[in-house]
Design a protein around this ligand. Structure first.
Ligand SMILES: [Zn+2]
Length: 229
């Protein structure tokens, strides 16, 4: 199922929730809520972003690491086409609050980076907050407003020079996958061929001119020398 969008959520936990514990421990606790308490097959979100900006993968039923391909459980009626990303925090937020009221600068950067990385793999994605589809505060701010306040350069690049973005080195840090590297390899090969094509053409032109020059020299050289004598 092709994903066409991202829906941002929050865990509705206070800033100090599980402070001092690892992101993996927090993810495992949220997974427990979803699997044990709600009876789902796995945690509902594809990604979770901790207070320090650490990005963790969530639901991965087939275990291939490509969590964006999974059909999550996060927004009623929207799970097939949208990737669920959960920001840890957001307790007591309202939908009209600002991002910085409940989340950290590290989370701000990590979410923007993750959006850019996913768009490098999947193409432009529509961005939404859970509160656009349900009468909820979640994630505790207006996602489109937050995003357009400072869109990363990568988003524009991924829309205008998608091939170039894919061929870039090391741009897929947290979501480096087989798929991404295959696309990178393919894009790299095409670029490689395009790089050589012009120089091959010039090499052909130079060799042709050299051949003509040599032929002319052979034909005219002796006559010219003779004429001098
Ligand atoms: Zn939500």
């Amino acid at each position: 199922m092709t994903k066409t969008g991202i829906i941002v959520h929050c865990s509705a936990t206070p800033p100090s929730w599980m402070a001092g514990q690892t992101t993996a421990e927090k993810v495992s606790e949220i997974r427990h809520w979803h699997v044990k308490d709600r009876g789902w097959r796995d945690i509902g979100y594809a990604y979770l972003i901790d207070r320090d900006g650490t990005v963790a993968k969530g639901r991965d039923l087939d275990g291939d690491g490509n969590v964006w391909e999974e059909i999550g459980a996060h927004t009623k009626g929207k799970n097939k086409a949208n990737i669920g990303i959960c920001l840890i925090g957001g307790h007591g937020s309202s939908e009209n609050d600002g991002f910085a009221d409940h989340f950290t600068a590290e989370q701000n950067k990590a979410l923007r980076d993750l959006i850019r990385e996913l768009e490098e793999i999947l193409g432009p994605l529509a961005l939404h907050g859970h509160n656009e589809f349900a009468a909820k505060a979640c994630p505790g701010f207006k996602v489109s407003q937050w995003y357009s306040s400072n869109p990363p350069r990568g988003r524009m690049q991924s829309q205008t020079v998608q091939g170039g973005a894919l061929a870039g080195v090391g741009t897929c840090g947290t979501v480096a996958t087989d798929m991404a590297s295959e696309l990178q390899t393919a894009a790299g090969e095409v670029q490689g061929l395009l790089q050589y094509a012009p120089s091959l053409k010039w090499a052909f032109v130079v060799l042709t001119l050299a051949g003509i020059g040599l032929a002319l020299y052979r034909r005219m050289g002796p006559d010219w020398k003779r004429g001098r004598r």
